[in-house]
Design a binder for this molecule. Structure first.
Ligand code: FAD
Length: 393
């Protein structure tokens, strides 16, 4: 087979890219290691920045999202027994859209495969990339049904296969730098079958550890609890989880948390990385394949969509004879990536200072928090970063 672009991975990055390429008249094939049911149910992100929603809307990819997503206009910090609310929409006119990642993935698969008749191959095994530094790259894989190897020749390979994919590993080590940051702590990521207990995000800053509440749907709420890196989720039975959440999210005059069955419980080791450049020959990396941001500031899916739109537009322009945007792809994306990385690092210090065991860090973290809550300029600056930079897309 031959196509223009082979997209490896059907997450938010790969699916956004494939949809926009296809509408723009550039043919592509998507290769996904998992099956369709699996990717349509994998729980992860929830917050989408407003520019990302508008960008998908402008490309006809947000109809269901706009019908079903809730918007979130405020968030709350709780510390020292008090609650402090920030309403970014009053300051900068932007809000978050709450739309669970599996719903977005479901919509994007339907738009590409069902509505546009796009070529997507699920369950592929042993994907390998070939000839990336040549003008004739190719991607091969094993078809799970027949056990046969297939090879797709192409002009471009888009590595959208997430943090544990094969694309990044296909780049020789001396051709890229990987910048890493390890926070040295974990978050227990929880999904509870319980209605939200607040209509916004709640960040609980507490000496026992950070805790958070995030509405996902009328029936499901995401919670996070700071824990040691590498902790075993089995150390967190139902009672301990709810008791810690009650402690860390406590404040005067707040209603009790709505408790429920825990339907997801896993430990995320908090770390970040950035691969530079996001290109090697005819391979372009997008989304988590190129950069990981710990979910502290809810940025990863938004960056994945930003990369995908930037790459799609650049490939469409390239097919029409203008390769300049493609040449600038890596720099364009990395500017936003580093802004979001820096913000995540800054925010992590604010959220984890109180529980760091270091009184100096605890003092400076509380000073930042008080400055943010007490100064209009500081809280606007925070809201701009938390709600996400504007974009031309
Ligand atoms: P992925 O979604 O990881 O997709 C990659 C795809 O490639 C997968 O479908 C995978 O199966 C496939 N694949 C992997 N290897 C291969 C292979 N060898 N061959 C073929 N296919 C392969 N981000 C936000 O913006 N907001 C949030 O609120 C938020 N919350 C989060 C909460 C949690 C608990 C977690 C874990 C993450 C969160 N994120 C959030 C981050 C977000 O989920 C990711 O950044 C996002 O999924 C990245 O999209 P992607 O398309 O780059 O990669």
């Amino acid at each position: 087979t031959r196509t223009s672009v082979v997209v490896i991975g059907a997450g938010p990055a790969g699916l956004t890219l494939a949809n926009v390429l296809r509408s723009g008249g550039v043919d592509c094939v998507v290769l996904e290691a998992e099956n369709r049911e699996f990717i349509e149910q994998r729980p992860r992100a929830g917050f989408m920045e407003e520019w990302a929603v508008r960008a998908l809307q402008a490309r006809g990819l947000a109809d269901r999202l706009l019908q079903r997503a809730q918007t979130q206009e405020k968030f709350e910090f709780r510390f020292s027994g008090h609650r402090h609310t920030v309403r970014p929409v009053d300051r900068i006119g932007r809000r978050h859209f709450v739309y669970p990642q599996p719903l977005l993935v479901t919509d994007l698969v339907a738009a590409y495969a069902d509505a546009q008749g796009g070529d997507i191959r699920f369950g592929v095994q042993d994907v390998e990339l070939h000839g990336l530094e040549s003008e004739q790259p190719a991607v091969s894989y094993t078809d799970p049904a027949t056990g046969e190897r297939h090879r797709i020749a192409c002009a471009t390979v888009a590595g959208c296969d997430g943090a544990r994919g094969v694309s990044r590993a296909a780049v020789p080590e001396d051709r890229m730098t990987v910048a890493r940051h390890d926070y040295g702590l974990g978050w227990l990521a929880l999904l509870a079958e319980a209605p939200p207990s607040s209509d916004g995000v709640v960040f609980g800053v507490h000496p026992s550890g950070f805790g958070a509440h995030m509405a996902r749907s009328p029936e499901v709420t995401r919670y996070y609890l700071e824990c040691p890196a590498g902790d075993d989720p089995e150390n967190w039975p139902h009672e301990r989880v709810w008791s810690e959440l009650r402690t860390r999210l406590a404040a005067a005059d707040v209603p009790p948390l709505n408790e429920g069955r825990l339907i997801e419980k896993r430990v995320l080791d908090m770390h970040n990385y950035v691969v530079e450049p996001m290109r090697h020959g005819r391979l372009f990396l997008a989304g988590d394949a190129a950069h990981l941001v710990a979910p502290i500031a809810a940025k990863g899916m938004n960056l994945a969509i930003h990369d995908a739109l930037t790459l799609a537009d650049a490939l469409i322009a390239d097919a029409a004879g203008d390769g300049s945007a493609l040449d600038g792809y890596s720099d364009t994306c990395l500017r936003r990536v580093w802004q979001y990385q820096e913000f995540s690092l800054w925010f992590s210090d604010v959220l984890h200072g109180a529980s760091s065991g270091d009184p100096f860090r605890a003092g400076t973290a509380e000073a930042r928090l008080r400055r943010m809550l007490g100064s209009a300029a500081a809280s606007t600056a925070f809201a701009e970063l938390y709600m996400g930079e504007e974009s031309d897309h």
